[in-house]
Design a protein around this ligand. Structure first.
Ligand SMILES: Nc1nc2c(ncn2[C@@H]2O[C@H](COP(=O)(O)OP(=O)(O)OP(=O)(O)O)[C@@H](O)[C@H]2O)c(=O)[nH]1
Ligand SMILES: [Mg+2]
Length: 384
């Protein structure tokens, strides 16, 4: 699973990235601080079955207070400006680095303190910040279609799938988009209008974006998010600065903080200035239900992208692998995936030898068309 952090310059993309990956990256209050993409690993959290089963798990990626840490890849890229598809700013070529992304966090400035170019502004409307990126993304998909399609002599559906293969659209979703765009899947004309409409529908359905209204710690910012419609309009307030401060305070040993929770404990003896800073963060988190950063990742992965956590085991009696490690692994799967899909995710070799699967909780064999559920524990049977 790969998530791209995108948005106009100077909105806090790298701060968000650093807060959740613990990576040291350049952060500064001017546009285009980031030029080359930053790659890292962040975690989403999900209640681990170990608690319900009364077991102590041997989670490879970590399990804290019964919350399983599930790794996701993150990419932080250069800022995108309106007209990037015509080469403005850093252009949009760098979006190609994000072609493998399953979803995007679009960082906007809730405080209205920066414009679409990343320059200082006063009361810049949140709505405008939210809208332009969609257009640039559509232009990006359109340009890939326009660049790749002329390479094919026979323009039928398969060549379209091939031309877009790097973009990780599922075949079903691609076929659906072709239908919705009113395109004849046997003969794709490749006309400008046809491809534009296809790009628009594809972005809508296949590239899920969550809006992160960052810098919500600044005066009046939370109110601006509410005025713009707030969570019911799909705009989620956050403070990447506060999340980063907590991550650093944790590393320095001043606080104990589990990022999926909406509070933290002061454990060390911070200095006066640090204590005051932590007090401000605590107050913000109390009012807003956390810093908002991890809620955004969680919603993107489990709600917008419809992922579920599934635990593969080798010994269904002990809920362990062959060496006795209890619930060592977890896989993020798309809702609707089958046990065979899980086998394929673990290893192609296991998929090749797949003969069936057992639900480790009930010890019952599961049928071929069973759709995996969130928190299922599955034993895959493979031929020798
Ligand atoms: N108050 C406040 N400032 C923030 C927050 N997040 C980022 N900033 C500040 O915003 C400025 C830009 O942050 P970056 O993380 O470098 O932004 P970016 O979007 O990666 O910028 P580019 O790489 O130039 O596109 C810096 O001065 C940050 O300290 C936040 O949550 N609250
Ligand atoms: Mg940056």
């Amino acid at each position: 699973m790969q998530i791209g952090i995108v948005g106009a310059p100077n909105k806090g993309k790298s701060t968000f990235f650093a807060a959740v990956t613990q990576a040291r990256v350049e952060i500064a209050d001017y546009p285009f601080t980031t030029i080359n993409p930053n790659k890292g690993v962040a975690f989403v959290y999900s209640p681990c079955p170990c608690k319900e089963l009364g077991l102590k798990c041997d989670a490879r990626g970590g399990c804290v207070e019964g919350m399983r840490k599930i790794p996701v890849q993150l990419l932080d890229v250069a800022g995108l400006v309106p007209g990037a598809h015509e080469g403005r700013g850093m252009g949009n070529k760098f979006l190609d680095d994000l072609s493998g992304a399953d979803g995007f966090v679009h960082i906007i400035d809730a405080s209205g303190g920066t414009d679409l170019e990343g320059k200082a502004a006063h009361d810049f409307p949140i709505g405008e910040d939210a809208l332009f990126l969609k257009k640039e993304m559509e232009e990006w998909v359109f340009s890939i279609l326009k660049r790749n399609l002329p390479k094919y002599k026979m323009r039928e559906f398969s060549c379209l799938a091939d031309a877009l293969s790097g973009l990780r659209f599922e075949k079903g979703a691609l076929l659906q988009a072709v239908k919705r765009a009113g395109i004849d899947a046997r003969r794709i004309s490749g006309g400008e209008e046809e491809l534009r409409s296809l790009a628009r529908i594809l972005c809508d359905e296949g590239k899920k974006i969550i809006l992160a209204a960052n810098k919500a710690d600044l005066p009046g910012a939370v109110e601006k998010v509410l005025e713009a419609g707030g969570e019911s309009a799909g705009i989620f307030a956050c403070s990447a600065n506060y999340e980063l401060a907590l991550a650093r305070a944790q590393t320095a040993g001043f606080v104990q903080y589990l990022p999926c929770r909406d509070d933290f404990a002061v454990v060390g003896s911070p200095g006066e200035k640090q204590a005051a800073g932590l007090g401000k963060i605590k107050e913000f988190m109390k009012k807003n239900g956390g810093t908002g950063v991890h809620k955004i990742l969680h919603r993107l992965v489990f709600e917008k992208l419809g992922m579920i956590a599934v635990y593969p085991v080798e010994d269904e009696g002990k809920f362990s692998d062959s060496k006795g490690n209890i619930l060592p692994d977890v896989a993020l799967m798309k809702k609707g995936a089958s046990a065979f899909d899980l086998a394929a995710k673990i290893h192609t070799d296991i998929a090749d030898k797949y003969v069936g699967a057992t639900d480790a909780r009930t010890k019952r064999k599961i049928s071929k068309d069973y759709a995996l559920k969130h928190n299922d524990i599955i034993k895959i049977h493979a031929s020798k």
